[in-house]
Design a protein around this ligand. Structure first.
Ligand code: ADP
Ligand code: MG
Length: 370
């Protein structure tokens, strides 16, 4: 393998923290070397959540969160350097996804917005930063998401088996890897994975997530409510499609629950967990009916009840953790942004028009030289 080292920095819509990975990357794939997880300080997390979910945005608050988030991204990279004994000069580039605060691919004037000032990350770390990956794809007519399918194809593609890679972050996205047609990899956001689950436990239990899905496991799913939630327009849309927590939002669930005033909170959690599992199964059977294996990654892999329901929905197709295929589920997304940074530095496209709907492949992002 080459000696090109990259750092990937990712914070997804769950806003649980920054995942940083160090990887050796070449034309054939990525070799994971080490990682560092940096949780958001509570006040900063609250500010970012507020920015991402309220309609009213204060520009002064936006500006300061852009800088504060960048300081945390830089800290994550520096901690990873210290942990691994690497110097800034050893790293070809950092791929920084930034923090998405709004994603509106279907608005009259589409836009997507990620913050965490890349100039500040370059200055603090002394490492070239590649950032702002999504907007070039959107400029080319794409949704700006999902951007991970090209990476999934590079590391999980297999010539004799049709696979789906399923990422369970705040939102769930799938990559469809056909067995023989290397160029027809596609992907899209199926809908919510954890975002509604996290919101509902935060509201009712005051915790960040439903540990192992145990709260949901003790509730009873309400079939009528589930069917109603499944009629949402996003689930019916043909891909390419992408979405975010500004769509599958607290207001979205509140509106639906208005007709179910007597439903116990725990039963709502059970129903939302079923919504994630069933909407994913429906998306896979509609778009990848010949799929032979589902490989899962993202924090949702730690939700035992969600994984149990997914396995039940998908049976007899096996649902496995990406760990079985060589990459810990927590590191797939951050590795993807390290890989995308290398694509950009080498002037290779990073988007797949079959996943984002862009009119052509484009080199993604901006380069902030050290
Ligand atoms: N032990 C666990 N039990 C249940 N859910 C978990 C657990 N660990 C992580 N999660 C879920 O995974 C989410 C984080 O997943 P992640 O892949 O980082 O998403 P994102 O890319 O949106 O940040 C958490 O918000 C939580 O919902
Ligand atoms: Mg996360």
């Amino acid at each position: 393998m080459s000696d090109e080292l990259y750092i990937g920095l990712m914070s997804g819509t769950s806003m649980d923290g920054i995942d940083a990975v160090l990887a050796r990357i070449d034309d054939h794939g990525a070799e994971f070397l080490d990682h560092q997880n940096t949780p958001w300080p509570a006040d900063l997390q609250k500010g970012l959540r507020n920015l991402a979910t309220t309609g009213q945005v204060d520009i002064d608050q936006l500006g300061s969160l852009d800088s504060l988030a960048a300081e945390q991204f830089a800290k994550a990279a520096i901690q990873l350097l210290e942990k691994t004994g690497k110097q800034a000069a050893d790293i070809s580039a950092i791929g920084s996804h930034g923090q998405t605060i709004r994603h509106r691919p279907t608005a009259a004037t589409p836009f997507t917005m990620q913050i965490a000032n890349p100039s500040l990350i370059t200055e603090r770390t002394g490492i070239t930063v590649v950032a702002d990956f999504r907007r070039r794809d959107m400029a080319a007519g794409g949704e700006g998401a999902p951007l991970v399918p090209a990476f999934h194809a590079a590391v999980f593609g297999k010539m004799d088996e049709e696979r789906v890679i399923l990422n369970l972050g705040g939102i769930a996205n799938i990559t469809h890897l056909p067995a023989d047609e290397a160029n027809s990899t596609s992907g899209f956001d199926t809908g919510p994975a954890n975002t509604l689950l996290d919101y509902w436990v935060r509201k009712n239990l005051g915790t960040n997530h439903d540990e192992d899905g145990q709260w949901a496991a003790g509730g009873s799913m309400n079939g009528e409510l589930l069917n109603r939630l499944l009629t949402d327009a996003h689930f019916q849309l043909e891909p390419p499609k992408s979405t975010g927590p500004e769509y599958f939002s607290p207001d979205w669930i509140k509106q639906h629950l208005a007709d179910y005033p007597d439903l116990a909170p725990r039963d709502v959690q059970a129903t939302l967990t079923a919504l994630t599992a069933v909407s994913i199964e429906q998306a896979i059977s509609a778009q990848a009916p010949n799929c032979q294996r589902v490989i899962t990654c993202g924090g949702g892999v730690n939700n035992g009840e969600l994984m149990r329901q997914l396995a039940e929905q998908m049976a007899p197709i096996p649902v496995e953790s990406s760990a079985i295929h060589g990459i810990d589920p927590a590191h797939v997304e951050s590795l993807a942004f390290a890989w995308l940074a290398r694509q950009t530095l080498h002037r290779h496209p990073g988007n797949l028009p079959s996943a984002t709907g862009a009119s052509h492949p484009v080199i993604l992002g901006g380069i902030y030289p050290a």
